[in-house]
Design a protein around this ligand. Structure first.
Ligand code: PLP
Length: 409
């Protein structure tokens, strides 16, 4: 068969296994089309999207303003490389500096790349400023920072590095939200501390404000770099533009991706002038970073999200979703706790449901609601930030039906 044959190939999970590296285990539906918080599938079903493409579709599917930003830019200029700069990248960088602590921005294409840049920057600064022995990176158990060899080694989930060795050295993992363990670990060899202000993949676990403040104090004490990984918590997800704003703890470096492009791939590392100076010309880079298409879309995302009234609705909708999930959790004995911030919530399953978060998500698919897991014991919710009441109500009713179906009669 020639690739040019015009008959469309059948689309389904079986076809995935015929042609894809099996590193993913896709669900048994294939979305073809989306609008707002709904998708329509190749199988002819409609689902309410409570996962948002894993906290990426910050404004839902195919938001008209983002389609406009993308197509407008697509008619002008797609790619120029970093041999030159470009207007959308400069515009977005200026915006990000205006709305956050940042004074300098590095663009890339994913969360892992943003963290890779942050970790390399921290190592280079420590080495040049203090010497090669200041190299220890402190990270936290159950954290997730991406899948490149460096970021996956820094991440706190050993199963993700098994059989990929030899791994980068000089990384220590500490318990999250544990100030005493932190104090015991920090010393003059500490190069950086990297933390998610709210752990996403690790189970939707918010960092205590005292803990986040302790990270800042520790870094100040030994001149280490404080990196906040806000790849999942950023761009309005928690009800603030970035999570650090709620804790009132300012990092030296912040990484952002997922929701930044509202579904278009883009990542960024935000930092301060003093730190930026340690990545002079030639020390780091990426071909697609700062490409005009991604930057034009992200610009519009920030303009739409960074509006006080919008962020207030994220908080209000998050609170309503939390209450509804708590009610369902209690009624069916399925969740022992619903935790999180804004519209990043996790239903922690009760003892009777241990290990069954995936079953709940799967039953949801059959009823027309698309949730996520965060490990075997947490059902995760990261819907579009502009989730409507109707979408939320429909999704919750379907989730409740799915759970009812799982409860033994
Ligand atoms: C998803 C995620 C990453 C990795 O982002 P990619 O775009 O998949 O590379 C890093 N950190 C956190 C906190 C994430 O949630």
């Amino acid at each position: 068969m020639h690739a040019s044959d015009s008959t469309p190939a059948p689309v389904g999970v079986q076809q995935f296994h015929d042609v894809m590296v099996p590193n993913y285990a896709p669900a048994d539906f294939v979305p073809l089309k989306g609008a707002g918080a709904r998708v329509w599938t190749a199988e002819g079903d409609e689902l309410v999207d409570f996962g948002g493409g894993i906290a990426v579709n910050s404004l839902g599917h195919c938001h008209p303003a983002l389609v406009e930003a993308l197509t407008e830019q697509a008619r002008k200029l797609w790619h120029v490389s970093n041999i030159v700069t470009n207007a959308p990248a400069l515009h977005l960088a200026r915006t990000l500096c205006e709305v956050t602590f940042a004074e300098r921005v590095f663009f890339c294409n994913s969360g892992a790349e943003a963290n890779e840049a942050a970790l390399k920057l921290a190592r280079r600064r420590a080495s040049l400023k203090h010497g090669a022995e200041k190299r220890t990176i402190l990270s936290f158990r159950n954290s997730f920072h991406g899948r490149t060899l460096f970021t996956v080694s820094v991440g706190g989930q050993p199963k993700y590095t098994e059989h990929f060795g030899p791994l980068p050295e000089g990384i220590e993992h500490l318990p999250y939200n544990d100030c005493a363990a932190l104090e015991a670990a920090v010393n003059d060899d500490t190069c950086a501390i990297i933390a998610e202000p709210i752990q996403g993949e690790g189970g939707v676990i918010p960092g205590n404000v005292e803990f986040l403040k302790a990270l800042r104090a520790a870094c100040d004490r030994v001149d280490a770099t404080l990196i906040f990984d806000e790849v999942q918590s950023g761009v309005g997800r928690t009800g603030s533009l970035y999570g650090y704003m709620q804790a009132d703890v300012v990092p030296d470096v912040l990484t952002t991706a997922k929701g930044l492009g509202g579904g278009f791939p883009i990542g960024a590392m935000l930092t301060k002038r003093e730190w930026a100076e340690y990545l002079p010309a030639g020390t780091h880079g990426t071909t697609f970073g700062g490409n005009p298409l991604g930057c034009a879309v992200a610009q519009r995302v920030i303009e739409l999200v960074n509006v006080p009234a919008f962020l207030q609705t994220v908080e209000a909708r998050g609170e309503a979703l939390r209450q509804a999930l708590s009610r369902i959790g209690e009624q069916y004995g399925v969740f022992r706790e619903v935790r999180g911030l804004g519209l990043l919530l996790g239903g922690v399953v009760s003892e009777a449901w241990a290990g069954r978060a995936g079953d709940i998500v799967k039953a949801g698919h059959a009823e027309g609601v698309w949730c996520l897991v965060a490990g075997p014991d947490v059902v995760r919710f990261a819907p579009p930030l502009n989730l409507s009441e109707q979408e939320m109500g429909d999704g919750l009713a379907r989730l409740e039906r799915a759970i009812q179906g799982l409860v033994p009669a």
